[in-house]
Design a binder for this molecule. Structure first.
Ligand code: SF4
Ligand code: SF4
Length: 431
């Protein structure tokens, strides 16, 4: 085992291979506060990549209703249980020391899937990454428990709706959209005995070489997010390919000048919850200082978007703005100890954060840099913070500009959405 640095854990950790880093890293921010669970993303992916024989149960993009839903069923609670069994009572964070660059969420003192694997040797020795193979039944119902809430009763203190008051709703659920996280230290790659899985040096996308794969399903076992899947008709495993032709700017309709475009699932998102990007990496794996890259701004500077289950140890490159009505202990288990800070930022965004949040789904091309043109102040709002204190939020009608990789302007959007009135004489149904 090699020692590699995982900034999400704030420490070095064991990994089967020496660290190697791509020049750019495929990454994304999802905002479950806005996801309506429409599954447009799911169907866009399905109709592009997994519509063939043997792929019927394969959903590279899925949206599950938490806390009960999961594809495959109970994927996260099963692995959390396995980690707890391997390291009882010790899966904890130390948040007393933080550093924005090297340990933004403190230090995870528990065991990752790579470290805990040693504790559970099987007949063939320990796994490369602690994991399990889901049953066929667990894969069978991708949207089980859709929109099913937990908690209750709905009527509290003699008042309907009282159980749905911020800062934490007593009755709650939320939609968790998921794709492969194109991890920095992938569990799938670590587990493959054929070394058929690789990370592209140009963009960090993780792929399975179909000519090397023999379908042992070790990647299915070793991916903690269960995003590698087995295809019985070809007897190989398959996974999200990050729509790499689009990332390469090969779609002339979307990218006439050859600039990178967002994946299919990102580009169709009805709720505008998704912002995809490529973040520049230094040769030592740290994120290059790129303050006007919207992902760098949201993830590293403002820490408003957090990794999904960072404690698994794969350094996932998918980040989430935590849904602000959900009980904090659930969110902290899922997104780590940065949850309170992230929700506070999101509840009352300042001028720059509000502008950057407008970039979600504003164009199909990937935005590499933003600029803000200042506009007039339009109003003040009184906002109740999670602590109960009130703050005054000033809203300015700024314009945010987004530029693609080639420096071409592809987005120009104002904070206030412009309204247009149709002339009544032109449309019979005008009122
Ligand atoms: S999410 Fe799973 S399949 Fe994707 S790179 Fe990470 S470990 Fe591999
Ligand atoms: S398309 Fe967007 S809003 Fe709809 S389910 Fe997918 S992530 Fe959520």
């Amino acid at each position: 085992m090699a020692e590699v640095y995982n900034w999400q854990l704030g420490r070095e950790m064991s990994y089967p291979y020496e660290a190697r880093f791509p020049e750019w890293q495929f990454a994304f921010v999802f905002n479950p506060n806005r996801c309506i669970g429409c599954q447009t993303c799911t169907m866009a992916c399905k109709s592009t990549w997994t519509f063939s024989k043997g792929q019927e149960h394969m959903w590279w993009n899925n949206v599950e209703s938490k806390p009960y839903g999961g594809y495959p069923q109970n994927w996260d609670s099963k692995l959390l249980n396995m980690l707890e069994e391997a390291n009882p009572g010790q899966q904890v964070w130390n948040i007393s020391e933080k550093d924005a660059d090297t340990k933004p969420y403190g230090t995870f003192n528990g065991m990752t899937i790579f470290e805990a694997a040693e504790k559970r040797p099987g007949p063939d020795g320990p796994q490369a990454a602690l994991g399990y193979l889901p049953t066929d039944d667990e894969w069978r119902h991708p949207n089980i428990h859709e929109d099913t809430a937990t908690g209750g009763p709905f009527k509290q203190e003699g008042q309907y709706g009282a159980s749905a008051q911020l800062p934490e709703h007593k009755v709650w659920f939320f939609h968790l959209a998921r794709i492969c996280n194109h991890c920095t230290y992938p569990g799938c790659l670590a587990s493959c005995p054929r070394q058929a899985i690789y990370k592209r040096p140009e963009d960090g996308i993780v792929l399975i070489d179909q000519s090397r794969c023999r379908g042992y399903r070790k990647c299915v076992e070793g991916c903690p997010y269960k995003k590698a899947m087995y295809r019985p008709t070809t007897r190989t495993s398959e996974k999200c390919i990050g729509c790499y032709p689009r990332i390469e700017g090969k779609d002339p309709t979307i990218s006439p000048t050859g600039a990178p475009a967002e994946t299919r699932c990102m580009a169709v998102c009805v709720g505008k919850i998704r912002l995809q990007g490529l973040v520049k990496k230094n040769p030592d794996g740290t994120w290059a200082d790129d303050p006007k890259n919207p992902l760098h701004y949201l993830i590293r500077q403002r820490q408003v978007a957090l990794p999904l289950y960072p404690q698994f140890g794969t350094e996932p490159n998918g980040f989430y703005i935590p849904p602000r009505w959900v009980p904090r202990n659930y969110l902290i288990q899922m997104f780590g100890p940065g949850v309170d800070h992230a929700i506070e930022q999101y509840t009352c965004p300042d001028r720059e954060l509000l502008a950057v949040l407008q970039l979600f789904r504003a164009n199909q091309q990937i935005i590499f840099r933003y600029e803000i043109e200042e506009g007039p102040k339009v109003c003040e709002l009184e906002v109740t913070m999670p602590s109960g204190e009130t703050k005054v939020q000033e809203i300015f009608n700024d314009t945010v500009l987004g530029f693609n990789k080639l420096g071409e302007e592809v987005v120009r959007i104002t904070i206030e959405e412009p309204t247009f009135e149709r002339p009544s004489e032109a449309h019979v149904n005008s009122i």
